[in-house]
Design a protein around this ligand. Sequence first.
Ligand code: GLU
Length: 231
Amino acid sequence: MCGIAGYVGDRESADVLVDALSKLEYRGYDSAGIAVFDHGNIKVKKCKGRLANLVEKMDEEGKPQGHVGIGHTRWATHGEPSDINSHPHGNKRVTIVHNGIIENYATLKEKLQKKGFIFKSSTDTEVLVQLIEYMKVTNQVSLLTAVQLALGEVIGAYAIAILDKEHPDEIIAARKSSPLVVGIGADEFFLASDATPIVEYTDKVVYLEDGEIAVINRGKELKVVDLSNVE
Ligand code: GLU
């Protein structure tokens, strides 16, 4: 188990994410990280070790500033605990945090490598984010459609949260066999592996069901669809 957090709203998202991840520490982890839209760019800070190490790193290097972001505490299953293998993963265009295991990652990775994709980490998660990017670019589709296409090829368990540089007000989240909860506040949304980090902000929570994908967008209603787009 690990922890996933997300925030869309007016607060400083790095602060909300660190606070949420601290409340998920009990689940166990070996590294931590966040990705935040900072002036239109996705800024990632991550490192091996305790959440306190991440906070220290951000104190030294500067904390990403912005109101939309995702966070993660990792419990390594594929690839040793290290800075590189820590989440978020991605290429600053599409960035993901993932809880779970992509069982067919080796086959998918080989296919992507043959198409010229290069991998920085040894995680199964990086395969998923590259697959989403591949689906998006080759099919010229929205992030939501790309996520649906990619998840259609994946065998395994996941709770994921994704940022896309083209949609700086949005998080896409999905789950299968791993819990994920959306909190709905006044003009803000929270995302977490369980309701513990959310209850201090809002009592309106939606527990995503297996196979559901949530589109969390600033200023819009929460949209929940399945892999075939049925609401
Ligand atoms: N399988 C992923 C990894 O090893 C996610 C592990 C987790 O659930 O924290 O990075």
